[in-house]
Ligand binder design. Sequence first.
Ligand code: 5AD
Ligand code: FES
Length: 374
Amino acid sequence: MARDNMQQTKTQYMTTIAEILDQTTFSKADIVRLLTVQDADRQALFAKAEATKIAHVGKKVFYRGLIEFSNVCIKDCLYCGIRKSNPNPTRYTIAEDEILEAARFAYNNKYASLVLQAGERTDEKFVATIEDLVRKIKELSDNSLGITLSLGEQSRETYERWRVAGAHRYLLRIETSNRELYYKIHPENALHDFDQRIQALSLLKESGYQVGTGVMIGLPFQNMEHLADDLIFFRDNSIDMIGMGPYIEHKDTPLAAFNNQLLSRQTRFDLSLRMIAILRIMMPDINIAAATALQAIDPIGREKAIKVGANIIMPNITPTENRGQYRLYEDKPCTDEGAEDCSNCLEARIHMAGSEVGFGEWGDSKHFISKQQQ
Ligand code: 5AD
Ligand code: FES
């Protein structure tokens, strides 16, 4: 009897998931609980995230045509397949006319925006090439294609040059907001400096970009507290756009030594969906991308992410010959399909997820726009 009473008291005082979801601000402890919800509680989380998304950013999903134009990289992140010290990938840099061709594809297919992504380089030749490329893409599209850059850590001057040339969004994932974990997945040296990476986000903001960041989910050594802190970091820093997805092991990287410590792929995937759903409720008006890595685990992973809060998709429009060499992780999807094959079924799948494609619209972060108006 006494025991029953105790049980009863415990349940009475324990906050329910419904009560957590009803709050306007989540504490770290709330987030940790939401990260592991199952069954009906998980459904409640996903339903609230979907309703929040529809109320604040609507049902539209915006495309960003992704061009991975070079896998040459000066860095050595311990998880990444194109790290400098991996001798296996054939290094490529796509010629300018081919990049412009891909940009034209995006323009003609009303993608409205593209993302130029590559391994990291900081030499002047590279900086000037990008500057020129951004100008040419603006020209060929009558100034209408939105350009997002994802080219790593650069100096303030470089960020400003590219901004003046016409790029207006920048993606730089912090990978994790936890310093110790950062140094477990990066070598600790001048090229991989946690403070510098955080600082780069401020430089980008000051240079006038819409700033995107993100983390990997399910890294070795990572726990729920780290992930809760990541979401709080995004909120505290008023980030405009987020792209986050599961960590996927790559056999030719040093982090593969810890594969036996990983959560199952399915668990990493489920955790990623919960991260997206929680973030949508925490930051209702930001843009959240359905990361490609989700699709490496589940063929309709990105569509599932859209259902629970994501509103951006980055269809890969890199010319096919080079796709296979941009392998950040194993089982990277769509490495042998052309851009058109990829986009044909994508729209139908987005409709199946209850959304529509915002063709011809930039779909800028509402969060960024409302900050501008303040
Ligand atoms: N698994 C998942 N994502 C990865 N990235 C790099 N390597 C991996 C991996 N093994 C992500 C990083 C990087 C982005 C371009 O790709 O988060 O910022
Ligand atoms: Fe290229 Fe990390 S390995 S930036």
